[in-house]
Write a protein that binds this ligand. Structure first.
Ligand SMILES: Cc1ncc(COP(=O)(O)O)c(C=O)c1O
Length: 426
């Protein structure tokens, strides 16, 4: 028998328990309409010819890298370099989509963004005095990685413009006064999970100025940028970064499929040793990766590589069809909420223009008790926003995700939410 107190504390954290409880409720009410999962729409993954994409990538290896056919196919079946095999395609795509000039050697292909987060935090947070700043509410993936690595977190409230920069500047000073330092800030500037908030161009510039002034590293998570309406995209922080302090984290989970578990990190910063020698941060991350997952599945990289090649080596083009579907779903969710809940006292919601998520505020706590009632009496599920808040706020908020449902399910689900909300009206 093992003793709980001898197991790493991160594995007993209340957030993990809550997540288990959420999964458990979902499994008990399989027929409920669920606004909980932030997963890609099942229709986008139906009928995909995976062999075709692998074949496309193999052809690329033959023509672009001059490999014999058998050697090209074998490359996908063997162990591979820790840094990845589709780095050149990712580098080209980032150039095509955002004008980013990052060499393939600065890219590490990871097992989803999740591994990239773990590797980056592990590399950057060498001292217990280093603190990670995050927006609250915050994506659980980064919080979980930080907890596993015993990294202290300071929450920065979100503003309508993404992040309360005045509060961030204060936090930098406060942490410094306590003898520690904010080493890095994690931010998802496009349609954040869970709040749906987007940072304006102006706010992005201000954040980078602040980061430069206070010597912060910025971890930019670009998971939902592809859902922006064409012509209304805002450039990534990485493309505005003149002092090379942004590390870009990317994922193919949403534009392709989460089952491939392929993501990437762009870490083009030089790391200088005491003797003056320099190593690229990407090389250090790849070395660490070799001791975490050895390498990202080459077969899965082949699928993603083939998909990129089929779409002109552009992540934006790859995400065009799915981006359109998500915008349609989001609009339908907003219109359904307008129809069902407009004018209901003390019920409000934000209006993101992209991403998967909407934040709804109720006049009563949106807690697990209400969720249980919502599921059993009304057949509708959602996520309590308090799970994502680090400062004890968000009790009355729910996160609705539009990504996994059909238009009909969204409409029916919001009708059920309307019944729930009216049932708790005082
Ligand atoms: C903010 C954010 N980043 C990244 C991801 C993707 O993570 P992964 O690439 O590990 O699937 C998600 C998925 O939910 C997310 O919401």
């Amino acid at each position: 028998m093992l003793r709980r107190e001898e197991i790493h504390g991160a594995l007993s954290a209340p957030a993990l328990e809550s997540m288990n409880f959420l999964n458990e409720i979902m499994s008990r009410y399989p027929a409920a309409i669920s606004f909980a999962p932030g997963a890609p729409n099942p229709s986008l993954m139906t009928g995909l010819d995976l062999n075709h994409y692998i074949e496309r990538y193999v052809e690329h290896l033959e023509t672009a890298r001059g490999l014999e056919r058998d050697a090209a196919r074998r490359l996908l079946c063997e162990y591979g370099p820790s840094r990845g095999i589709i780095n050149d395609l990712v580098s080209q795509a980032l150039h095509r989509d955002y004008g980013l000039d990052v060499a393939a050697t600065s890219v590490v292909i990871t097992v989803g963004t999740q591994e990239a987060m773990f590797l980056v935090l592990h590399a950057l947070f060498a001292s217990p005095a280093d603190v990670l700043a995050v927006a609250t509410p915050c994506y659980v993936g980064i919080l979980g990685s930080a907890k596993l690595l015993n990294i202290s977190i300071v929450p920065i409230p979100e503003s309508a413009d993404g992040l309360d920069l005045r509060r961030l500047a204060e936090a930098v000073r406060e942490v410094r006064a306590s003898g520690r330092r904010i080493r890095a800030l994690y931010v998802a500037p496009d349609f954040a999970n869970p709040s749906g908030t987007t940072m304006s161009l102006e706010a992005r510039r201000e954040l980078l100025q602040l980061a430069e002034r206070e010597d912060l590293i910025v971890l930019e998570d670009g998971a939902y940028g592809f859902t922006a309406e064409p012509g209304f995209e805002i450039v990534p922080l990485k493309a505005l970064d003149v002092s090379n302090r942004v590390i870009l984290l990317g994922t193919f989970s949403k534009v392709c499929m989460p089952g491939v578990r392929v993501g990437f990190v762009v870490a083009d910063q030089a790391v200088r040793g005491a003797d003056g020698t320099e190593v690229l941060l990407a090389n250090m991350l790849a070395a660490a990766k070799s001791m975490v997952s050895v390498n990202t599945s080459p077969i899965c990289q082949g699928i993603v590589g083939g998909m990129l090649l089929e779409h002109g080596v552009s992540i934006a083009a790859l995400g065009e069809t799915s981006g359109k579907l998500y915008r349609q779903n989001l609009l339908h969710l907003l219109e359904s909420l307008d129809r069902e809940l407009s004018g209901v006292k003390d019920v409000t919601w934000n209006r993101p223009k992209g991403g998967f998520f909407i934040r709804v505020t109720l006049p009563v706590p949106a807690d697990f008790e209400l969720l249980e009632r919502s599921a059993s009496a009304f057949g509708v599920l959602w996520t309590p926003m308090s799970l994502f808040h680090l400062d004890g706020s968000g009790d009355n908020e729910m996160r609705l995700s539009c990504s996994y449902l059909t238009l009909g399910q969204i409409e029916a689900g919001v009708e059920r939410l309307g019944q729930l909300v009216r049932s708790v009206q005082t």
